[in-house]
Write a protein that binds this ligand. Structure first.
Ligand code: HEC
Ligand code: HEC
Ligand code: HEC
Ligand code: HEC
Ligand code: HEC
Length: 382
């Protein structure tokens, strides 16, 4: 295997690095301590505590949660190809595949497969470490006596294509309505962020942090959009107003996947703050697809630089004192519907896990915008 150097062909490196299914690491060098030979995240964390702390809080560490495992437990223990269709992204190491098969067969196993997208999945091949050059640009010298025989620097770690290996479908992968189900890298390539040299890592691993915050994180979502509530007017006893949501800082469609749903809504409220019947109007930002992926229902995602707009027009309610605007993010909306239909048809051995995943998917909602505007200001009335 060649050492990658500046100028090395990134795509060549990545084709080897992510050749699926990943090859087994093989025997660790005899002089490795048990800690250096171990592939689990806890062993790495002993010497890389910052990355371990961040990663543990990330969704990459939870990529084998109940929603995924609840589906895998209904596959035969030796159906390795069927497992690969999921774990090639969710738990890609060969050692995780072996561990999963053993666990499904009720044999002794470690928890390696439960670690999901673990450190070694991105950094270790044949027991050799690969990583970016040091922050100052230097790389280890052969005479350096470093743990795990040092590491090989690869430019690919700072390249958006590194992430594309799981966040971008291939041209002949599953598509709906002529569009790939996962197209994040191509969306990014067409974005102003790419032209400005902002990679996936710049936004999702700032300062090389291993948090990968995304649509489940309110602050991250707020950093990517600008929401504006236009002041209401009253005309002919109707309330007219608007709410805009612009993709001003997301380096791909907002949101990029079919899974989240973002609800923009406006309604009139009485003195007690409660919504008044018949006054609500909403606009959904999402790529909505059927739970069985048989069709696309609508695609209202917002491309970088574009905006969505809710034009509000409803009769003024007799008890209305204000107009409320909200933007709610439901990061797992697709899965909520998907788990419900899975449970309706019988989720088999995974039943308990799928029920937990359903509860989790309902608990992840949050608001990124909330504003009240008075409807009783003299100024706004004719
Ligand atoms: C016994 C301590 C120890 C253990 C265990 C350990 N590492 Fe390291 N690792 C180091 C040291 C020390 C360096 C060298 C840092 C330097 O030279 O700047 C390093 C370097 C690295 C680098 C290169 C960092 C860069 O700047 O690109 C990566 C990646 C890495 N380790 C990953 C891992 C992973 C993944 C594991 C677990 C499978 C692991 N390490 C286990 C001590 C350890
Ligand atoms: C081995 C496959 C793999 C690689 C490589 C990978 N990811 Fe992921 N990523 C996943 C999976 C699987 C999930 C979903 C985890 C879950 O929730 O089950 C995910 C989740 C995420 C999320 C969280 C999304 C959310 O819903 O909030 C972000 C952000 C993310 N990845 C960014 C990146 C970036 C940036 C890179 C490149 C540095 C990268 N990923 C590399 C597989 C991968
Ligand atoms: C090409 C990579 C890839 C493959 C293959 C893949 N996933 Fe995912 N999966 C992702 C990413 C990225 C996310 C996070 C974004 C999202 O929610 O769509 C995710 C999210 C999920 C989630 C919701 C988050 C969670 O952890 O509960 C479930 C459930 C899931 N995948 C199950 C599966 C199953 C089952 C398979 C196999 C049939 C599979 N995936 C195949 C990349 C992949
Ligand atoms: C999804 C892939 C992925 C996973 C999982 C992952 N890393 Fe990384 N890691 C990266 C990337 C990409 C970079 C380089 C980021 C950059 O250059 O901006 C990196 C950088 C590093 C560095 C160099 C940090 C520095 O400050 O110079 C170390 C050390 C490291 N990772 C260790 C780990 C450890 C330990 C784990 C598990 C606890 C882990 N990584 C999990 C992708 C990953
Ligand atoms: C300019 C900053 C920026 C860049 C560049 C960027 N992202 Fe994002 N990303 C965001 C923000 C902000 C969010 C949260 C809003 C959202 O979900 O779209 C996000 C969300 C996500 C999510 C959550 C799932 C979803 O449906 O939105 C994933 C996965 C993701 N990004 C992966 C990537 C990958 C892979 C790349 C590179 C090809 C990338 N991002 C480039 C800012 C960025």
């Amino acid at each position: 295997m060649s050492v990658s150097a500046p100028g090395e062909d990134v795509s060549g490196f990545l084709a080897r690095h992510w050749q699926r299914p990943l090859a087994a690491q093989g025997e660790a060098p005899a002089h490795f301590s048990p800690q250096e030979a171990a592939l689990g995240a806890a062993a790495c964390g002993g010497c890389h505590p910052d990355q371990h702390r961040d990663w543990s809080a990330s969704l990459h560490a939870r990529a084998m949660g109940p929603g995924v495992l609840g589906q895998l437990v209904d596959m035969a223990p030796d159906a390795r190809e069927e497992h690969q269709a999921c774990i090639r992204c969710h738990a890609p190491l060969a050692e995780q595949a072996a561990d999963l098969s053993a666990a499904l067969a009720g044999q002794a196993s470690t928890d390696l497969h439960l670690q999901g997208n673990t450190c070694a999945a991105c950094h270790v091949r044949e027991h050799r470490r690969f990583g970016p050059a040091r922050r100052g640009g230097s790389v280890p010298k052969p005479e350096d006596k470093l743990p795990h025989d040092g590491w090989q620097a690869a430019a690919a770690f700072a390249d958006a294509r590194f992430c594309a290996s799981c966040h971008q479908f291939e041209q002949d992968d599953f598509a709906l309505n002529g569009k790939l189900l996962e197209n994040t890298y191509e969306e990014w390539r067409a974005s102003p962020a790419a032209r400005e040299g902002k990679t996936c890592q710049s936004c999702h691993m700032p300062g090389r942090r291993h948090l990968w915050r995304g649509v489940h994180d309110p602050e991250m979502v707020k950093s990517g959009v600008t929401v504006t509530a236009l002041p209401p007017r009253i005309e002919d006893n109707a309330v007219l107003a608007g709410l805009t949501l612009a993709n001003t800082g997301t380096g791909h469609h907002f949101p990029t996947y079919v899974t989240p749903r973002v609800v923009m809504e406006m309604f009139q409220a009485g003195a007690d703050g409660r919504p008044l019947a018949g006054t609500r109007q909403a606009f959904i930002v999402a790529r909505q697809v059927a739970p069985d992926l048989s069709r696309e229902i609508a695609d209202t995602r917002i491309a970088p630089g574009a905006e969505a707009r809710l034009d509000y027009r409803r009769p003024l309610h007799a008890r209305a004192v204000r107009l409320d605007s909200r933007v709610r993010v439901e990061p797992d909306a697709f899965y909520t519907d998907f788990y419900r239909s899975l449970l309706a048809g019988g989720a088999g051995k995974g039943d308990k896990m799928i029920r937990r995943a359903l509860a989790d998917s309902l608990a992840s909602h949050f608001l990124i915008f909330e504003e009240s505007q008075s409807l009783r200001d003299g100024g706004a009335r004719p």
